[in-house]
Structure formats: structure tokens, C-alpha cells
Design a binder for this molecule. Sequence first.
Ligand code: HEC
Ligand code: HEC
Length: 408
Amino acid sequence: MVMAGWRKAMTRAAVGTAGCVFLVVYLGSSLFHVGSGAVHSTAFAPLKSVAHQTDVDGAEPAPSERLAEQTPQEGVGPAGLLLPQDSLPATEALLRATLPLGLATLPAESADNPPSAAKVELGRRLFFDPLLSADQTVSCATCHQPDHGLASPEPLAVGIGGRVGRRNAPSLFNRVYGQHFFWDGRADSLEAQSLLPIANPDEMGEDLDTILVRLTEHPEYPRLFEAAFSHAAGSAAVTAEHLGAALAAFQRTLLLGDSPVDRFRAASDVTGLSLEARQGLWIFESRGRCWQCHSGENFSDEQFHNTGVAFGADNRDVGRFEVTGVAEDRFRFKTPSLRGVAQTAPYMHDGSVRTLEDVVEFYNRGGAQEDRELSPLMRPLNLSDEEKRYLVEFLKALSYQAGPSVAK
Ligand code: HEC
Ligand code: HEC
């Protein structure tokens, strides 16, 4: 039943009546094992070991070496740099009419930019295209890698010319539920957000007008923009607005749900969820206090908190304060979703926490209790070693997803 929807959705989307059509991506091929029968524990393939990470203490290798080490599927960009390739299943196979189990109804905000198959396809191509960067060596996927939970394995994002930014590149799953974007929430919509990395000197480093000229002169893009957007006769189809809209429409299809945790919650189905992970869920919802901020279907309250990350660091990033200028917002950052989190190490806005075990240790200490501006919700937890392990198991279970053919 779940499988049946996408073809219909695609057709409806293609004729432009897509206001209520949900385009849903299941990341099949490289991340998740697609089971073929009833749900059982082997239907959930273990994700890449969280121990396999960048050595934050070690010497920084050149960006090309790093990508070569950490990106199994790669191509060569015009300047010889290795680029993460689009390993997502074909758009046809990805578009679905139903949400993965456990996710809330999609918000209606995307009404201004209704999805269509042509728009999503265009956004997808742009997302993987280094043409959007100054020297054509960096694509969105350089930092939001499909085989790394759409996040970056670097503690701090590495952009054009190997320039290191000041924050960690977060996962792009379930951003359709986002209310503010970036760690400090400085962008209000995905459309607006999507244009910002292009001009950022540490990321793609190019003036937007130059990129629009490049796209207009490209042999294929003008036709793809025309197919994706209706526009007044004689006016240009390749505009900044359309570029942002296509990238946003594609990103809204990147959904992650239907984890063993969702199956357990929906139908008390314990087959995919170990006893340890179930204990972890219980701690998450009680003594662990995690639910106070990582709440709701997407495990985020979409609010800003100071958990004590980077306490004591030189020139500590002030986070939300930069946007609002309100004193209470100093050192506050947006609560990230925890779906897919086992894929996306290292963690936190500065990539300073290397493993999920370290994350749990951090919370067990109560963050940085010496920090006078710490959120009052942060307290030492006094968890036993076993309980800490349960929490980690729970976080890992949230990152698994059953393949489409396993869905009921
Ligand atoms: C050089 C690495 C890099 C590149 C290239 C890059 N990003 Fe990002 N992205 C980041 C970092 C770092 C952040 C967090 C920045 C911050 O919070 O200040 C981010 C944040 C985001 C967010 C916000 C997510 C959230 O939860 O708030 C979105 C959406 C996003 N990027 C999309 C894109 C798109 C689309 C492109 C291509 C046009 C792109 N990124 C290119 C590094 C990168
Ligand atoms: C006071 C609100 C709050 C509480 C309570 C809380 N978190 Fe967080 N969590 C956040 C915020 C905010 C961040 C990002 C902090 C930063 O980067 O500075 C975060 C980050 C994380 C991350 C890193 C995610 C990533 O993509 O980098 C994980 C994992 C996590 N929390 C798990 C937990 C667990 C497990 C608990 C309970 C033991 C918990 N959190 C309790 C607000 C909270």
C-alpha cells in the first residue's frame, strides 16, 4: 500500500496540482539495507560504525585526501577534486505519497513553493553540482554527504580552497519541519537559506549573479528551469528565486523516519528494537531529561538552548545572540533532530564531540555546570555505565530505517 503512492504523486505533481502532494525520499541504496519480507531485526542494516571518524586531534589532511578517505562513491570535479556523488535512488523510486512512520504531517508552509517532479529533479541536480561554487570544486554535497547522513565528517565544514568554516555542517534530513535554519536560526525559510552557502566565502565563495550567468549560459540548465517554473513570457527562468526554490523543494523530500523506535511506539513492535535500546528510550523520556528539548516526532523543539558546548573556548561562538542581540540568547544553539544521528559524527555546532558515547558522557556531567549561562534544564544525570550504554543504543536505533519494501 505504501509502495503504491509515488507514481500517482509524481503524475499529480507533474501537472502542477501538487499543493498537497508530499514528496518523500527513502534513502535506499547506500545507507539502508532494503529487506524483502516481514519485519525482523536483520531488515535493519547496521549503519557505518560511529568509531570511523575524523581524528579531531590529528593533523588536518588536505580536503581532497579527506574526501578520498571518507567518500566511497566519488567523481572527479573539473579541478580534479573528488566530489561526493548522488547515491540517492532514482527520483522516480523516491517520490512517495505517504510519510515514513513516526513523522508528523508535513507543515503547509511549502504552499508558496509547491513541489513538482521537475522542480525536485532540478534541485537535486543543482545540489550535487560544483558549478555553484567559485572554482567549481565544491557542491552542497561536499559538506552534506549522502553517505554521512547528509552531514559532514569534518568537525568544522571545509569549503572552497580548503577553507575551514566556524561550524559543523548539520544533517539535512527532515528539514521540512524546520522553523529556523542554521545552528543560530538566522534563516527563516529553506528557500532563503539555500542561497546563502553560495556567497559564503568559506563555503562556495561566489557572487550569486555570477552563478546565475553561469547557469543561464549552461547548455541544459535554462531548459530545466523552464520545465520546473512557470514564468511570464520574455522573462528569465533562471533567477535567484527559482534557484532557491528548486534547492528547497529537493531538500524537503529528504525525510527519515520509520526507525525501530517508531515501530515500537506505533505498534509495540519490538522486533527491531533491542531490550537495551528500549531501556534507552525509557531513560531518554525520563531521568535523561533529553525529551525536554529533543521533543516531538522530529526529536527537536526547534528552540535554542545553551547546553554548555564550547564553554571555556577562546572566542566562544555566541550562537543565537548574533541574530537577536538579546542577552539571554548568548551561547544558545538550535536543538538538532536526533534522527539519523548515528551517521553524522562528529557532533554539536562546533563538531567538538566525537562519538555518541561522548555525547552521553557530556549530558551525564550536565553539560558544563560551571557555565553561569547554562540552560536550567541541564543537570548532572548520575547514570550508571549500563544506563549510558542503553542511551547510546537508543540513539543508534533512531538512525536505522526499514526499506520501502518492508513497510506495511
Ligand atoms: C563548505 C561546506 C558547506 C557547503 C558547501 C554547503 N553547506 Fe549547508 N551548511 C554548512 C554548515 C557549516 C552549516 C551550519 C552553518 C551555521 O549554522 O552557521 C550548514 C547549514 C545548512 C542548512 C541548515 C540546516 C539546519 O538544520 O538548520 C541547510 C538547509 C543547508 N546547509 C543547505 C545547503 C545547501 C542547499 C547547499 C548548497 C547550495 C549547502 N548547504 C552547501 C556547510 C556547508
Ligand atoms: C536543554 C535542552 C537539551 C537537553 C535537555 C538535551 N539536549 Fe541534546 N542538544 C540540545 C542542543 C541545543 C544541541 C546543540 C548544542 C550545540 O551544538 O551547541 C544538542 C545536541 C545534541 C546532540 C548532537 C546532535 C548533532 O547532530 O550534532 C545529541 C546526539 C544530543 N543532543 C542528544 C541528547 C541526549 C541523549 C540528551 C539526554 C541525555 C539530550 N540531548 C538532552 C539540546 C538539549
